[in-house]
Design a protein around this ligand. Structure first.
Ligand SMILES: *[C@@H]1O[C@H](CO)[C@@H](O)[C@H](O)[C@H]1NC(C)=O
Ligand SMILES: *[C@@H]1O[C@H](CO)[C@@H](O)[C@H](O)[C@H]1NC(C)=O
Ligand SMILES: *[C@@H]1O[C@H](CO)[C@@H](O)[C@H](O)[C@H]1NC(C)=O
Ligand SMILES: *[C@@H]1O[C@H](CO)[C@@H](O)[C@H](O)[C@H]1NC(C)=O
Ligand SMILES: *[C@@H]1O[C@H](CO)[C@@H](O)[C@H](O)[C@H]1NC(C)=O
Ligand SMILES: *[C@@H]1O[C@H](CO)[C@@H](O)[C@H](O)[C@H]1NC(C)=O
Ligand SMILES: *[C@@H]1O[C@H](CO)[C@@H](O)[C@H](O)[C@H]1NC(C)=O
Ligand SMILES: *[C@@H]1O[C@H](CO)[C@@H](O)[C@H](O)[C@H]1NC(C)=O
Length: 523
C-alpha cells in the first residue's frame, strides 16, 4: 500500500469513528451560542488591587505595602495601592455596579492583615472582620454568590519579618489558622479559592523578584514556594472538610494556564509545548488531580540538578504520604486564562546556569497573526481558551471548570472599548464550543475585572475593567465603559452570535513578553 492510500484510509477510519463516537455520546451538540440556564456569570476583584485604606481601622501592612513603599521603581508608574479604587469605602457602590451588569457571582479576596494585623490569630482586628461581614451582606442583598479568595498575594508583613513566608514550612499552620477563622466567621461564602495563581505568586515573588517579597532565586526558592503552595492548599482543604463537614461551598486553588501551541509540527516542538504546559499549570494540577509533580518536570529538574553536581533536586520531592494527602483536594477546577504562546524546543543550556527557563528548555514566541494587547500584557487568541479547556479535561478528567479570571487589558484612553466586547464574544463562543462540541463541563466565568485597578507591576497603566476608574479624582469616580452594555445584554439574553468571529482582528503590532517590539522570522 502506498503511503498516500494508508493516510487516506487512516483519515476515513478517524472520520467514521468520529461519527459513531459523536452519535453515542449524549451532551454533544452544535454550539448555538446559547448559554445553559445554570451557567454562572460573575466578576472578579482582589483586596490589594481595589481596597486601598492600607493602614486604616487597624489594618496591618502586607508585603505588597512594604514592597511598593520600599522602592516605588519596582512598579512601572511608581505607584502603589494605598488608595487604589478606595473600595474599602466604596464597596456598596462596587457591589451595586456588579449587580448592574446582571452577574450572579462576585469574586473578592480577604486581606489577611486587615483581619489579623500581625498575621497570627492572636491579634484580631474587629473593624476588619466587620468590613467583610458588610461586604458579604451587600453581595447577598443582590442575590449574588460570594466567591472568596483566601490568599491573593498580600501576606502580612509581620509574618515576613518573622521569617514566615513561602520558603518556610511554618507558613502552612498560620495559613490554616487564618482559613479556619474565615470558615467560622463567614459561612456566607458560596465558593472558595484557596490560593490565587500560585504559579505567579512563586515566579514574581521568589524567582524574578518583580512581585512581593521581591526575592530573586530563579529555579531555586521558587520551587520551595511551589512545594509549600501546594502543601498549604491541601492542608487548608483537608482541615475544611474535616472541621466543617456541613459546609457545601466548593473549594479549589485558582491556577493560571496559558495555551501553548507548538511552533512547528516537529516531535521536538510538540514535546516542548507539552513541557511548557506541565511547567506552567501541570505543576499545580498534577499533584491535586493525579498525584505528585508531572513526570517531565520532576525528571528535568532532577537531571539538571544532578548535572550541576548538587546532591539533590532543586524541586523538593513529596513523600508517598504527602502525595496521598494532596491528591483529591479540590471540588472543581478554577482556571485563570490570559495568554496563548508558541513553543519551540531549545538547546540544553549549560548546567551551571540555574533557572526555571533552562529547566523547561522551551523557547517561547508569538505568532505574527495574533493580537498582542497593551504592550504584551495579553494576547487575543480566542481558540486558545477552547484548547486549554480540552487539555485540562484530557489530562485531569472531566471536572467542573469555572474560569475564575478571563479578561483583556487596554491603555485606558477610551471608554469606547468595542475591542473588549469583541474579545469576550469570541472567547465566550469558544468556551461554549468547548462545552457543547467537546463535552467540557465548564459552568461559569468571573470576568477580570469589575473595574480598572492596581495591576501589580503595571500599576495603574493596565486597564482590565468593565468600569473605568478615574485615579486622578479623589473620589475615584467609576464610569461604565461601552462593554458594560455588552455584559448587560449578555446576562439578559444569555445568547451570543457564534457562527463566525465577531470581528476581523486587525493586524497586530508585535511585542515580546517584556513589552519590546519584536521582529518576526517567517516559519
Ligand atoms: C519593609 O519591611 C522591613 C522589614 O520589616 C522594614 O525594615 C522596612 O522599613 C519596611 N519598609 C517600609 C517602606 O515600610
Ligand atoms: C487560633 O488557632 C488555634 C490553632 O492553631 C486555635 O486553637 C484557636 O482557636 C485559633 N483562634 C482563633 C481566634 O481563631
Ligand atoms: C501541523 O499539522 C496540522 C495538521 O496536519 C496542520 O493543520 C498545521 O497547520 C500544522 N502546523 C504547523 C505549524 O505546521
Ligand atoms: C561536576 O563535577 C564534574 C567532576 O568534578 C566536573 O567535571 C563538572 O564540570 C561539574 N559540573 C558542573 C556544572 O559544575
Ligand atoms: C529562540 O528562538 C529565537 C527565534 O527563533 C532564536 O533567535 C533564539 O536563538 C532561540 N533561543 C534559543 C536559546 O534557542
Ligand atoms: C458538571 O458539573 C456540575 C457541577 O458539579 C454537575 O452538576 C454536572 O453533573 C456536571 N456535568 C457533567 C456532564 O459531568
Ligand atoms: C491606546 O490604545 C489605542 C488602541 O490600541 C491606540 O490607538 C492609542 O494610540 C493608544 N494610546 C496610547 C497613549 O498609548
Ligand atoms: C466627590 O464627592 C463629593 C461627595 O459626594 C462631591 O461633593 C464632590 O463634588 C465630588 N468631587 C468630584 C471631583 O467629583
Amino acid at each position: 500500500m502506498s503511503q498516500l492510500t494508508k493516510t487516506a484510509e487512516c483519515l476515513l477510519v478517524i472520520f467514521l469513528v468520529g461519527i459513531v463516537a459523536g452519535d453515542r455520546q449524549p451532551g454533544f451538540h452544535k454550539n448555538t451560542g446559547i448559554f445553559p440556564k445554570d451557567f454562572l456569570f460573575g466578576v472578579a476583584t482582589s483586596a490589594y488591587q481595589i481596597e486601598g485604606a492600607w493602614n486604616e481601622d487597624g489594618k496591618g501592612p502586607s508585603i505588597w505595602d512594604n514592597f511598593t513603599h520600599s522602592d516605588p521603581s519596582v512598579i512601572i508608574d511608581g505607584s502603589n495601592a494605598d488608595v487604589a479604587c478606595d473600595s474599602y469605602h466604596k464597596y456598596k457602590e462596587d457591589v451595586a455596579l456588579a449587580y448592574n451588569l446582571g452577574v450572579k457571582m462576585y469574586r473578592f479576596s480577604f486581606s489577611w492583615s486587615r483581619i489579623f494585623p500581625t498575621g497570627y490569630n492572636t491579634t484580631i482586628n474587629h473593624k476588619g472582620v466587620q468590613y467583610y461581614k458588610n461586604l458579604l451582606k451587600e453581595i447577598l442583598k443582590y442575590g449574588m454568590i460570594p466567591m472568596g479568595t483566601i490568599y491573593h498575594w498580600d501576606l502580612p508583613q509581620n509574618l515576613m519579618d518573622d521569617g514566615i513566608h513561602w520558603t518556610n514550612p511554618a507558613i502552612i499552620d498560620v495559613m490554616v489558622d487564618f482559613s479556619r477563622f474565615l470558615f467560622k466567621t463567614y459561612p456566607e461564602v458560596g465558593m472558595w479559592i484557596t490560593l490565587n495563581e500560585p504559579h505567579w505568586l512563586c515566579r514574581l515573588g521568589y524567582s524574578l523578584g518583580k512581585g512581593a517579597p521581591g526575592i530573586t532565586s530563579n529555579g531555586k526558592d521558587e520551587y520551595k514556594c511551589t512545594y509549600l503552595a501546594v502543601k498549604t492548599h491541601a492542608a487548608i482543604y483537608r482541615m475544611y472538610k474535616k472541621e466543617f463537614p456541613h459546609y457545601k461551598a466548593k473549594m479549589a486553588p485558582s491556577v493560571d494556564c496559558l495555551w501553548i501551541e507548538p511552533l512547528t509540527n516537529s516531535t521536538e516542538d510538540q514535546a516542548a509545548a507539552e513541557r511548557q504546559r506541565q511547567f506552567e499549570c501541570g505543576l499545580y494540577f498534577n499533584p491535586i488531580y493525579v498525584g505528585d509533580w508531572p513526570k517531565v518536570v520532576k525528571d528535568r529538574i532532577h537531571l539538571r540538578s544532578m548535572a550541576a553536581n548538587l546532591t539533590k533536586s532543586r524541586l523538593p520531592s513529596f513523600t508517598p504520604e504527602e502525595i496521598k494527602f494532596i491528591r483529591g483536594t479540590a471540588d472543581y477546577i478554577a482556571l485563570n486564562h490570559y495568554f496563548t504562546t508558541l513553543a519551540a524546543d531549545m538547546v540544553e543550556a549549560p548546567f551551571h546556569e540555574t533557572s526555571y527557563e533552562h529547566d523547561k528548555g522551551v523557547n517561547i514566541s508569538l505568532d505574527p497573526t495574533w493580537i498582542v494587547q497593551d504592550n504584551g500584557r495579553n494576547t487575543i487568541v480566542p481558540f486558545g481558551v477552547r484548547k486549554v479547556l480540552n487539555w485540562i479535561k484530557d489530562h485531569y478528567g472531566n471536572h467542573e471548570i469555572i474560569l475564575t479570571e478571563i479578561g483583556m487589558t487596554e491603555n485606558g484612553t477610551t471608554l469606547e472599548d468595542d475591542i473588549r466586547a469583541a474579545f469576550y464574544t469570541d472567547y465566550f463562543c469558544n468556551i461554549l464550543s468547548a462545552r457543547y462540541e467537546d463535552g467540557v463541563n465548564v459552568t461559569g466565568i468571573t470576568a477580570w475585572s469589575l473595574m480598572d485597578n492596581f495591576e501589580w507591576m503595571s500599576g495603574y497603566t493596565s486597564h482590565f475593567g468593565l468600569y473605568y476608574v478615574n485615579f486622578k479624582d479623589p473620589n475615584r469616580t467609576r464610569i461604565p465603559k461601552k462593554s458594560v452594555k455588552f455584559f448587560q445584554k449578555l446576562t439578559k439574553t444569555r445568547k451570543l452570535k457564534c457562527d463566525k468571529p465577531s470581528r476581523k482582528w486587525p493586524h497586530p503590532v508585535q511585542f515580546n513578553m517584556k513589552g519590546k517590539p519584536i521582529k518576526w522570522k517567517k516559519h
